[in-house]
Design a binder for this molecule. Structure first.
Ligand code: GLU
Length: 296
């Protein structure tokens, strides 16, 4: 087992313990097991009616990102995205235990929805026009921004411009927006850009010195910094906006509306803030208020 995975698993276990210590049930609206609406009714033939009737929701999420979606010792992921998925399930009358999680690596998220292998994708998933050609997005429910992470003792990279000289290597993930965005700063993308399927592998490559930096969304990087104490730091400023949406099958407007309604409800009733505070809030205490959803 690689060190970063062990650290990640330890972080997940610590988080699970702290959640248990807070008391994870009763009258809370977020946290580990949010409220489940009893026998909700939906118009026949809608995705909501089908899912509610089946009593099961299949969620595509990340398995290697501390704070957002990180697989724990029991195989179940934990994090802000997972909490958002549980809150949506709760509105469908589906308990957290009846969610099935499928790993949604960056490059396969559209495919998972197109092939009906998941019902929703909640996976640090930036809303953009290219992706909207294949799927639809509810949300945004959070706005992140691309940033750069380096080894804690490295002061030679100060922002994306530091890659213009062509001598530094940067790692990101296949099929991600940061992997696209960074290219305009690279003198020689073929040499300088190292791509893996998951961020965990970039973190290992940075630790091992095979690359000089990792780039993706700030909140993902903060999760890696927090779970690998003293090893890494952010450098420079955020240089893009990454609005996170919940992916649904293309054309399922009623389901998208339902998820947007649910987001507005959880912004309002405090469950959203609680979901943040019990997960990514462990290393980022800027609890978001919930961005306006885009009902396009
Ligand atoms: N938010 C970016 C994206 O959707 C980066 C994070 C990720 O790869 O999940 O591509």
């Amino acid at each position: 087992m690689r060190i970063s995975r062990m650290a990640a698993v330890a972080a997940a276990a610590a988080l699970a313990l702290s959640m248990a210590a807070c008391g994870d049930n009763g009258d809370d609206t977020g946290g580990e097991n949010p409220d489940v609406v009893e026998s909700p009714t939906f118009e026949a033939g809608t995705t909501m009616a089908e899912l509610s009737e089946a009593g099961k929701l299949v969620v595509g999420t990340k398995f290697d990102q501390p704070g957002f979606g990180l697989q724990g010792l029991d195989g179940t992921p934990a994090g802000f995205d997972v909490e958002i998925a549980k809150l949506i399930a709760g509105e469908l009358g589906i308990a957290a235990d009846d969610i099935e999680y499928v790993e949604a690596r960056s490059a396969v998220r559209e495919e998972l929805l197109e092939q009906d292998r998941v019902d929703i994708v909640v996976a640090t998933y930036t809303i953009n026009p290219t992706r909207k050609e294949r799927i639809d997005f509810a949300g945004p429910y959070y706005v992140a921004g691309q940033h750069i992470m380096v080894r804690a003792d490295d002061d030679s990279i100060t922002g994306p411009e530091s890659f213009e000289a062509g001598d530094k290597k940067v790692c990101s993930v296949q099929g991600s927006t940061p992997a696209e965005n960074i290219q305009e700063y690279l003198a020689n993308a073929g040499e300088q850009l190292v791509l893996f399927d998951i961020y965990d592998k970039c973190v290992d490559a940075l630790r091992g010195g095979q690359v000089d930096a990792v780039t993706t969304d700030n909140v993902i990087l903060l999760g890696f910094i927090a779970s690998n104490e003293g090893e890494f730091k952010l450098t420079g400023e955020q240089f893009t906006e990454e609005p996170y949406g919940i992916g649904v099958k293309k054309g399922d407007d009623a389901f998208r509306d339902f998820i947007n309604d649910t987001l507005e409800k959880i912004y309002e009733n405090g469950a959203y803030a609680q979901a943040w505070e019990s997960t990514a809030g462990e290393f980022d205490d800027n609890t978001p208020t919930g961005p306006a959803v885009d009902r396009y």
